[in-house]
Design a protein around this ligand. Structure first.
Ligand SMILES: [Zn+2]
Length: 213
């Protein structure tokens, strides 16, 4: 569901551009709103969320899909944890659909989906692992790298239940906004994938903005 935000960028308490292939990690407080902005269009922001108080409580795709009875995420979606609590809620969305079943790219999936020689190419899982290694203060480890949300990514599920990776439906300036229902660690891999039509084979920067309410 398309819904525009009333928040003004100038009033944000935090802004950061994340280049393609980089990661972003930050704790946002309960009540704060975070916007992920697709600056140039058709970019995938592979995102994990954790409770800051106890990172073993984290975003769960299965619980979220089951509770809302819908495979896709958009305005009104409540992002559930593996313990059945609401971590964040999508409060604005100008893209209209986000994937949470396609998973993130990894060197292994690159070889399966594309070609054996793609194994050495940079993938989202590498970015998350680097983020975890370089930011020990968050208390995350390899085992916390679990199922994620692909903001702006178009992964339709067919009648037969198959996944298809399609051209992106996002465009420059589209965004998704989430309000935190608890203190939340946000970990984004701004996808470096060069083999996927979802981003037009062209990874581009995103911007992250945070407001106090
Ligand atoms: Zn990726």
């Amino acid at each position: 569901m398309i819904k525009e935000s009333a928040l003004v960028a100038d009033a944000a308490v935090f802004r950061q551009v994340v280049p393609a292939g980089d990661y972003f990690i930050k704790t946002i407080e309960r009540g704060q709103t975070i916007r992920i902005l697709d600056l140039e269009g058709n970019q995938a922001a592979d995102t994990l969320f954790y409770s800051a108080a106890d990172p073993s409580e984290r975003y769960s795709a299965m619980d979220t899909i089951r509770e809302q009875g819908n495979l896709y995420l958009t305005t009104g979606s409540k992002l559930m944890t593996n313990e059945g609590n609401v971590l964040l809620e999508i409060v604005a969305d100008t893209c209209g659909r986000h994937d949470t079943v396609g998973g993130a790219c990894a060197t292994e999936s690159n070889t399966v989906r594309y070609a054996l020689e793609k194994k050495c190419m940079h993938a989202c899982r590498d970015s998350w692992m680097l983020a975890v290694a370089e930011n020990e203060e968050y208390g995350l480890s390899k085992r916390d790298i679990t199922h994620n949300i692909n903001f702006f990514m178009n992964v339709p599920v067919t009648q037969e239940g198959r996944l298809t990776f399609e051209d992106g439906i996002s465009a420059p300036g589209k965004y998704v906004e989430l309000k935190a229902m608890m203190d939340t660690i946000v970990l984004i891999s701004n996808c470096p994938q060069l083999n996927n039509p979802c981003n037009g084979y062209n990874p581009t920067p995103i911007e992250v903005l945070v407001w106090d309410n």
